[in-house]
Ligand binder design. Structure first.
Ligand SMILES: [Zn+2]
Length: 251
């Protein structure tokens, strides 16, 4: 799969007219259809004016090839984090609403629960031992203060996920670090949860998070891995078509 062509066909070519004449010459041709500029992503000449111009040093960084593929992976991860942030936000709002209406829910529970018992006996369902009953009684037994603190915790976790989503989506280095640290902090909790009860969703969530941490650490050279930030930026420059052309034009 050619990530460069795929990206260009969706978002248009990334052309740039550098001020340096020698470099400008290498990226520019005149065709019967008019002037054409070389795309810094796919390398093809695109007819029409350049999308940007200025000194070569000020040219926007155009991710290509593997870096472009990495960006797609990071954005998928960002979507997953954003989805989680939204679910947690809704959960927090739900807890606060439950807290506000707890007395009404409690009296409804007290009035209706005994009515369910004969029916449950009929079908042989031990309603008092059911986890739903225990869960509901636990929730109703919580104080307003405890519920408020649970909501605060849920909102904080939601904000954490949202920050991760923003950092990953924007492909920022702080976003990569933030995602690795924030995800690693919760790994022991996820493993603990899994040891309590194995569900497909929990196994999947843990697998995604471990894969994300390992991939980010390795591919983004975080915490000095594989040469760290210096090697990371050198790799970016090496992948850049402008760097190649500059070397050729000796600008
Ligand atoms: Zn292109």
């Amino acid at each position: 799969m050619d990530w460069n062509l795929r990206h260009c066909s969706r978002h248009g070519h990334a052309t740039y007219a550098p001020d340096e004449p020698a470099l400008r010459e290498r990226l520019h041709v005149t065709t019967p259809a008019g002037e054409a500029w070389r795309c810094l992503r796919c390398g093809d000449f695109a007819v029409g004016g350049p999308a940007g111009s200025g000194p070569a040093d000020a040219a926007p960084e155009v991710p290509r090839g593997r870096l472009l593929r990495d960006r797609v992976i990071m954005r998928l991860l960002a979507c997953e984090r954003a989805f989680k942030a939204l679910l947690l936000l809704l959960l927090g709002v739900g807890i606060l609403r439950f807290r506000g209406n707890k007395d009404a829910i409690q009296s409804a529970w007290d009035a209706d629960f005994p009515l369910l018992r004969p029916f449950a006996d009929q079908i042989g369902w031990n309603i008092d031992g059911s986890f739903i009953t225990r869960w509901a009684q636990d929730a109703l037994g919580l104080s307003a203060t405890a519920l408020a603190w649970i909501a605060v915790g849920v909102f904080a976790y939601s904000a954490l996920q949202a920050t991760e989503a923003v950092g990953l989506w924007m492909v920022k280095r702080w976003g990569e670090y933030f995602a690795v640290v924030a995800t690693s902090v919760f790994l022991p909790l996820e493993i603990h949860e899994l040891m309590n009860k194995v569900t497909v969703l929990r196994v999947l969530a843990l697998a995604v998070n471990i894969a994300a941490v390992v991939w980010l650490l390795w591919s983004k050279r975080l915490f000095g891995l594989r040469g760290g930030g210096t090697a990371y930026h050198a790799e970016h420059a090496e992948e850049s078509l402008l760097t190649v052309e500059r070397a050729a034009a000796r600008v």
